[in-house]
Design a protein around this ligand. Structure first.
Ligand code: MG
Length: 341
């Protein structure tokens, strides 16, 4: 690529735009669909009985590069994981870039290489994209939107409204890694060397759990708002309580220390490579073994259970602490860590 920085012409629709598409995007992740060069990707239909699942997400994280990942890796993982929570097999991704004039092409190439590697790991193809350039000072280097398309096998019906009293709550690994990594980068807190994002594509882990525990009620990735928001959403959707055992929830010492220093509740901190599964008790051990056998679930744990909600109040989430007391875990209010993803 002869240009070292993004110029307004790269979003022009003309020859400069063709250059950035050919030499950066196609060079990095040109799938057979992207290579066709048409305005729309024509994709194979799902098998008879399968349904199509779609999810979209935009990524504005700052900084763009951080320990264990970058905005491109995150843009693939975040959308792949949202599609995967339905039980679908993610197949295709679209990718829209909003670039700021002056952004370094070398950084864009690193981001695209990271997207290519992550998409390959997840088994999804980048099939169509868009490039816009905004004037210097009107963006923050790069924003990415990805939309994911997956196919849901016939007869598979998961959802946050299906949790029942007696179900077990599984968490695929430690809490708070992504949020505290971004925070420590921004604040230059010094313990950033010990922290790295957990961002990871979890579609294979989800399929492994479904093979072992086909009655799984739902999956959800505890991203912004953390486990607290995820469980409160599920409690409201299903009209049930969640009771979590604090001692069962894996948290790395460095993350716990950072949360204490900064005054964050680790239950409310964002994760980008963790999955919550609600599973009938009879299949919980099988689901746990499947999670632990996956490389992104080695620290998975059963962290609590679903209970019937009292009829005279709203469903709630409680945490029993190591000291035996119980506290109510509320949904995150407001914005704790802006531009975390
Ligand atoms: Mg999600």
């Amino acid at each position: 690529m002869q240009d070292t920085h993004v110029l307004m012409g790269h979003g022009s629709g003309g020859s400069m735009m063709k250059r950035i598409i050919d030499e950066v995007f196609l060079e990095s992740y040109g799938s057979e669909y992207l290579q066709q060069g048409n305005d729309a990707a024509v994709l194979p239909a799902p098998a008879p009985g399968e349904r199509v699942v779609v999810s979209t997400d935009s990524f504005v994280v700052t900084p763009h590069f951080f320990p264990g990942g970058d905005i491109g890796h995150l843009a693939v993982c975040g959308t792949v994981n949202d599609v995967a929570t339905s039980g679908a097999v993610p197949k295709y991704l679209t990718c829209g870039f909003i670039l700021e004039e002056g952004f370094e092409v070398e950084q864009l190439q690193r981001i695209c290489a990271s997207m290519a590697a992550t998409a390959a790991e997840a088994g999804v193809a980048l099939v169509t994209g868009d490039t816009k350039v905004v004037n210097r000072g009107h963006g923050d280097g790069v924003y990415i939107n990805t939309t994911g398309v997956g196919f849901l096998p016939e007869g598979r019906n998961l959802g946050g409204q299906l949790c029942q009293p007696g179900d077990m709550v599984l968490l695929s690994g430690s809490l708070g890694d992504h949020g505290m990594t971004i925070m420590s980068c921004r604040e230059q807190l010094g313990f950033s060397g010990d922290l790295q994002t957990d961002a990871a594509p979890l579609n294979h882990l989800v399929q492994d759990v479904l093979a072992a525990a086909p009655e799984t009620r739902c999956f959800r990735d505890p991203t912004r708002g953390g486990l607290a928001s995820t469980l409160n959403e599920l409690a409201e959707q299903s009209g049930v309580d969640f009771a979590i055992e604090e001692e069962a929830v894996p948290v790395k010492d460095v993350v716990r220390g950072a949360c204490e220093m900064l005054g964050y509740d680790v239950f409310q901190v964002a994760n980008e490579g963790k999955m919550v599964a609600v599973v009938p008790a009879s299949q919980a051990e099988a689901a746990l073994a499947a999670m632990r056998a996956n490389k992104y679930g080695t620290e998975a744990a059963i962290v609590g259970e679903v209970q019937a909600a009292a009829p005279d109040r709203k469903p709630r989430v409680t945490v029993r602490t190591a000291f035996g007391s119980t506290r109510i875990l509320d949904m995150l209010v407001g914005e704790q860590l802006p531009r975390i993803c």
